[in-house]
Design a protein around this ligand. Sequence first.
Ligand SMILES: [Zn+2]
Length: 247
Amino acid sequence: MSILCYHEVDPTWQSTLSVTPANFRQQCEWLSNRRVLSLDEAAPIVASKGRLPRRTSCITFDDGFVGVGAYAWPILRQFGLPATVFIVAETMVGEKAVDWVDGTEPGTLQTMTRTEVQRLAAEGMTIGSHSRWHHDLTTLTEAEVYDDLVASRDILEDVTGGPISHLAYPRGRHNAGVRRAAERAGYQWAHALPETKDVGGQWAVPRVGVYPGNGKMALRVKSVPLYARLRTSSLGPRMSDLVKTVR
Ligand SMILES: [Zn+2]
């Protein structure tokens, strides 16, 4: 099975990036009957083998939207499931508004405050970096990527009081220079979101996006080892079509 990548859990936001609390609860219930690993446990397995063992998953969130603390985390705690949220460092201190979501006006989507991130960290959620500004890192020089990633880690470590060892590339995008910068910046793992064949490994740990309407059936499709193999092969898009049909 795969490391799952959610974005927002919200009752009203109609977006491919958001699932409803009811849907999320249903997915957590299904996942809790299997094995859910923390990202610290899952990353080394996926980095070396390309996927998790059967009936095993891992839950992550990109972007740090408010619904992660307000809706997702209470449900996760109810089921005793570990999870990780990747925060865009400058959004916590009000320096950066959400301007990276297609089809929404900049500033309308709310991200978690420093206090909220601190609370989640204290309650046991793993906090990772989603960079400092959510730039597409592949458009920056390697030196610029390095500076961004070091700064975001420093800001997040200051907030959480603990080490930040996981990075999720904005939009999952990376190249050789970005991966080198992530390693030099001191992260232990960097996570991607491959749509096609990807390099994999410690600096491009693959994850699978979970989108609204993904019920138990779609998660089941995504959980089979065949899916993990197909989606990193030239057959990937056809498998995506299959996932759409079972939503
Ligand atoms: Zn993002």
